[in-house]
Design a binder for this molecule. Structure first.
Ligand SMILES: *Cc1c(COP(=O)(O)O)cnc(C)c1O
Length: 424
């Protein structure tokens, strides 16, 4: 491998193979149009914080109540992260220790349910997350998962259906939010149903936390008992998660995370979360969040004008779910062709998908990462054009067009360098 490795000199001399792969990944992230809606580019500051000696420290417990000595600095790091999280999301309590979104949600189950209890969440093929009670997940085998969906005609959640399910199934917990939801989540509507049915409402805002922080999506704070979020999607922090809650649930949440589920927190991640939260409180982040939404809307319009079928007809947030049935190209074939064109997406089921999850009808795309590079709505027509050309080329087997698109993508990427990357 010939990739330059001098950016991480100690790594390059200790392990040239890994160093070369890291350098190659950096180049790949620089050169490609990254449209996976759960991905982003963290700032150089977040990247630096997550690669610090804080990772050498064990600190089971919480600030001021640790099981190990030597917490003079770590306690302050975690307290800063907690205070910033509470202020940004306007919730009484924050726990910043969950290792990632899935363990954060598992901690919610531990806090509020017993094995066999019922949980109501959006079902996976309709856009929900595995951890909202889907069968192959521990949350669907240890607990009784009941799923709601979206309406076939509107592609949107039907709150009347959710209410009927809540009142007949009597879940202990209701999850709202998901991974392939292009529309605004009606937190107030869900809260009313949770109140009527006596359930705890958990808003899983993993995808949209950055939009909420930036004021580009309504906040769950007045409505949700618990807010679960990853920190690495639109929030643009390190890979990690947080659980925020009303004061009355603080103790249950903290005990569920530690000692219920986890051991020592990843302090280098906690520091990077604190940095990301500081960045997200900056007025510039609000501009970013609104631009993410404006870019997604413009991209959706560009795609719709080229005959693409958008689930729910468009988007309110950072994400578009595209049903490729009318284009006669399966999602996986399209995703692989787009990858060869330097456009990175994921294939995805669409609601009521007649195809199998490993080879579904759709693709899912989003604008958080490209917006972090400073790309604006005026470029979305070109992006829609490239997607159109590539999907058509996938259908006809036209590799020459795919190669041409890749060169044009590279030119645009060179004009908008990504934050945090050290490639020239
Ligand atoms: C991404 C996501 C998660 C899980 O996060 P991981 O960090 O991948 O475990 C949970 N819920 C929702 C809605 C998500 O989008």
């Amino acid at each position: 491998m010939t990739a330059p490795v001098t950016r991480h000199p100690a790594l390059a001399s200790a392990d040239p193979e890994i160093a070369a792969l890291v350098a190659a990944e950096e180049q790949l992230q620089a050169d490609t149009l990254r449209l996976i809606p759960s991905e982003n580019y963290v700032s150089a500051a977040v990247l630096e914080a997550s690669g610090t000696v804080l990772q050498n420290k064990y600190s089971e417990g919480y600030p001021g109540k640790r099981y190990y000595e030597g917490q003079q600095n770590i306690d302050q790091v975690e307290s800063l992260a907690v205070e910033r999280a509470k202020a940004l999301f306007r919730m009484d309590h924050a726990n910043v220790q969950p290792y990632s979104g899935s363990p954060a949600n598992l901690a919610v189950y531990l806090a509020f349910l017993k094995p066999g209890d019922t949980v109501l969440g959006m079902s996976l093929p309709m856009g929900g997350h595995l951890t909202h009670g889907w069968g192959v997940s521990a949350t669907g085998t240890w607990f009784r998962g009941v799923g709601y969906g979206v309406r076939r005609d509107t592609g949107r959640v039907d709150l009347d259906e959710v209410r009927d399910l809540a009142l007949t199934e009597r879940p202990k917990v209701i999850f709202c939010g998901g991974t392939a939801v292009p529309r605004t989540i009606d937190f107030a509507g869900f809260a009313e149903i949770a109140r009527e049915s006596g359930a705890v409402l958990v808003a899983d805002v993993a995808h949209i936390a950055g939009l909420i922080a930036g004021g580009a999506h309504p906040s769950p704070a007045p409505y949700a008992d618990v807010v679960s979020t990853t920190t690495h999607k639109t929030l643009r922090g390190p890979r990690g998660a947080m659980l925020l809650s009303r004061a009355e649930h603080a103790r249950a949440i903290d005990r569920a995370v530690f000692p219920g589920l986890q051991g020592g927190p990843h302090n280098q991640t906690t520091a990077a979360i604190a940095v990301a939260l500081k960045e997200a409180a900056d007025p510039g982040f609000s501009d970013y969040a609104h631009q993410v939404v404006a870019n997604a809307r413009a991209l959706g319009e560009g795609l719709a004008a080229r005959g693409f079928d958008l689930v729910s007809g468009g988007t309110d947030n950072h994400l578009l779910l595209i049903d490729l049935t009318a284009k006669a190209v399966p999602g996986k074939l399209a995703a692989k062709a787009l990858d060869r064109a330097g456009i990175v997406v994921n294939y995805n089921t669409v609601p009521y998908d007649p195809r199998k999850p490993f080879d579904p009808s759709g693709i899912r795309i989003g604008t958080p990462a490209l917006t972090s590079r400073g790309i604006r709505a005026s470029e979305m027509g070109a992006v829609a054009h490239w997607i159109d050309l590539t999907v058509e080329a996938a259908r006809t087997g036209d590799e020459a067009t795919i190669t041409k698109v890749r060169a044009q993508v590279k030119t645009l990427m060179d004009a908008y360098p990504a934050p945090g990357l050290r490639v020239a």
